[in-house]
Structure formats: C-alpha cells, structure tokens
Unconditional design. Structure first.
Length: 173
C-alpha cells in the first residue's frame, strides 16, 4: 500500500490521525522496538546470538542466500565494505561464519555460515516461535484475532518503509 493508500484509509475513518505525534504514529513507533526487545529477552537462545544487530544481519543474509563475497554482502546489506570486514571478524573468531576460498580466483574468498552459525540461527528462530506461542496463549481469543488480522497491514507497512528507505538511500549524495 502506498503512502497515499494509508492516507486514504485514514481519511475513511476520520477518527484516526496518522500525523507525526498522533497517538497511532507515536504508539507504533514505540511499540515495534519494544516488542522486538521483549521478544529477544524472552527467547532463551538469544544469549547465543551475536551481540551486534548488524552481525545478526550478516548471519541471516548468508543463511538465506548462501556464501557471498564480502563485496557482494556489503552491497546486499548496504554496508560499507570496511564495515563488513570489521563485523565479520568477530563472527569468524567465534566460528559462526567461515571463509571459503574461491575456485576461480585464489585471492578471492566467500563468507559462509558454519554449522554452528546455522544452528544458532535456527535455534533462535525456533525458540522465538515457542516464546510467541506461549505469550499468545495468555491473550484473549479476541486479541489473538486482532493481531492475526493486523498481519497483512503490518507486512504492507514493512514494504512501504523498505521502499521509502531504498528511495532515501538512492537520493543521498
């Protein structure tokens, strides 16, 4: 849904303001990071995850896409190559990712998650779902239904935010 679509939806129900500082905007801006922090803290295997969120992004991307060169990983995550190098060092030392030599060029290498890296990520994902399931069981059926019904709208909001972020990054000097 485009920003115009959100505005149209809000206009359809004039009682909901989507202006900066409104209850809806302020509430969502504070709720989303709070939910993520609470979920991470409640997930037992979180302590095994890399401490720096950007390192988690590296592990997730390598897990999803497979081995990548540091340059390709930097481009994919929109990080500076030097940032990838610094962040990868800790992951390499902790044996969460590994370097694999290129078959084409002896000087090049790929970064790839190790079995330990895959296991850490999969365990965290499993535990996170368990924590959410337990928490949802403590809510009323009406609350669970409202959360479920909000999912498509939240996914659209994520898409809009990512698109806007991409546009902003593309327009930076």
């Amino acid at each position: 849904m485009t920003s115009g679509g959100l505005a149209e939806s809000a206009r359809a129900d004039a009682s909901i303001s989507i202006e900066p500082g409104s209850d809806a905007v302020r509430g969502l801006a504070h709720l989303m990071p709070g939910l993520w922090r609470a979920l991470r803290r409640a997930t037992p295997s979180f302590r095994d995850m890399p401490v720096i969120e950007a390192q988690v992004s590296i592990l997730r991307r390598l897990h999803e896409m497979g081995p990548m060169t540091p340059a390709a990983l930097a481009d994919e995550l929109r990080f500076a190559r030097s940032t990838i190098s610094k962040l990868s060092q800790g992951l390499l030392e902790d044996e969460i990712i590994e370097r694999r030599p290129s078959d084409i060029d002896g000087r090049s290498f790929f970064l790839a998650p190790t079995t330990k890296g895959h296991d850490i990520l999969e365990t965290f994902r499993h535990d996170r779902e368990q924590v959410l399931s337990i928490a949802l069981r403590q809510l009323s059926p009406a609350d669970i239904k409202r959360i479920s019904r909000a999912m498509p709208s939240l996914e659209k909001l994520e898409t809009v935010l990512n698109r806007d972020a991409d546009e902003a990054e593309a327009n930076r000097p």
